[in-house]
Ligand binder design. Structure first.
Ligand SMILES: NC(=O)c1ccc[n+]([C@@H]2O[C@H](COP(=O)([O-])OP(=O)(O)OC[C@H]3O[C@@H](n4cnc5c(N)ncnc54)[C@H](OP(=O)(O)O)[C@@H]3O)[C@@H](O)[C@H]2O)c1
Length: 289
């Protein structure tokens, strides 16, 4: 009988990296996608099938989990993410899934912590109480945020704007998260009921990141430290809802204060090789910048 691994949020940043890593390891992957059209590029990968999954339609979850042995549970950054996670865990349990890996966030254990961490902690506690063997992945901020959020200003203005002062952040490359998740899902024994905090190999300040961008692109890229109030105004102008601006400002404030600078060896210990450096990340995604 084949070992089927379900990845939810498979079209997202971490989900797609994980599906690619699993496919590379020869896994039978069921990629859970909200839209089959959006999942088309994943379907071309060896060993990958698509299944429609809409977290707002619980009946779609039961179908997606049928026959699944292990699952990577990824929920989006939304206000109802805890409820989404709970529905996924209930569906996994009802289907008899034997191991779940959950994408959480670094600092989820901090008391009282920030809103983002508390949401992840609630989902983590729900998994623990479900009785399903689990592994929790707690990554720090993603290097790929620079592609999705800051590439435009880097390309257009040779600058990126963040309210982080000189606070250092140990950004992690999502390719490492995908590889860690894939290794764990394929070989769960050593990882049952473990928690891994995933970071890059070094913590970097905005100025240090700007120097890396400048070195790789050959242009002078500036880091602009934005006052908190200006960051709030910019987010409001973009139309972000209040819950999101408040969560992001809280996250930025703790990063500015240095709480996002811890470096761990969890990712290299699971994958067996060093985590990607920020320089390697910029080289790989150079065309975006
Ligand atoms: N960004 C960071 O620096 C960072 C750091 C630590 C932890 N995290 C955590 O990472 C998680 C997000 O992961 P990500 O960045 O890979 O997410 P992402 O790129 O935003 O992708 C979200 C995925 O969820 C899917 N999705 C959204 N709403 C759905 C619904 N109602 N039903 C079914 N699928 C739905 C999306 O599908 P579509 O493609 O169809 O929209 C997409 O596949 C969050 O829990 C966040 O707290 C992020």
């Amino acid at each position: 009988m084949s070992h089927i691994i379900l990845v939810t949020g498979a079209t997202g940043t971490v989900g797609s990296a994980t599906v690619k890593a699993l496919s590379g390891l020869g896994a039978n992957v069921r990629a859970g996608v909200r839209s089959l059209i959006k999942g088309d590029s994943l379907k071309r990968l060896p060993g990958v099938d698509l299944v429609e999954m809409d977290f707002d339609r619980p009946e779609s979850l039961a179908v997606a989990f049928t026959g699944v042995n292990a699952a990577f549970l990824i929920t989006p950054f939304t206000q109802d993410q805890v409820q989404m996670a709970q529905q996924l865990i209930d569906a996994a349990k009802a289907a008899g899934v034997r191991h779940v890996v959950r994408l959480s966030a670094s600092g989820a254990e901090a008391e009282p912590g920030i809103q983002l961490g508390r949401w992840h902690r609630q989902a983590e506690e729900y998994i623990k109480s479900s009785g399903i063997p689990y592994t929790l992945l707690r990554p720090g901020s993603f290097m790929q945020n620079f592609v999705h959020q800051y590439a435009h200003s880097i390309k257009q203005e040779n600058a990126f704007y963040l309210p982080l002062g000189e606070g250092r952040v140990s950004y992690v490359d999502v390719r490492d998260i995908g590889e860690v998740a894939a290794n764990i899902l394929m070989n769960p024994e050593a990882h049952v009921n473990q928690v891994y905090t995933l970071t890059g190999p070094q913590a970097l300040s905005g100025s240090e990141i700007a120097a890396i961008f400048s070195g790789v692109t050959g242009r002078t890229i500036r880091y602009v430290d934005v006052p908190e109030e200006a960051a709030l105004n910019a987010m409001q102008q973009q139309g972000l809802p209040n819950w999101m601006t408040e969560s992001l400002l809280e996250l930025n404030a703790i990063s500015k204060a240095g709480y996002s600078s811890g470096v761990t060896s969890d990712a290299p210990e699971v994958t067996g090789h060093p985590a990607h450096t920020f320089e390697n990340f910029v080289q790989t995604y150079r065309d975006c910048f």
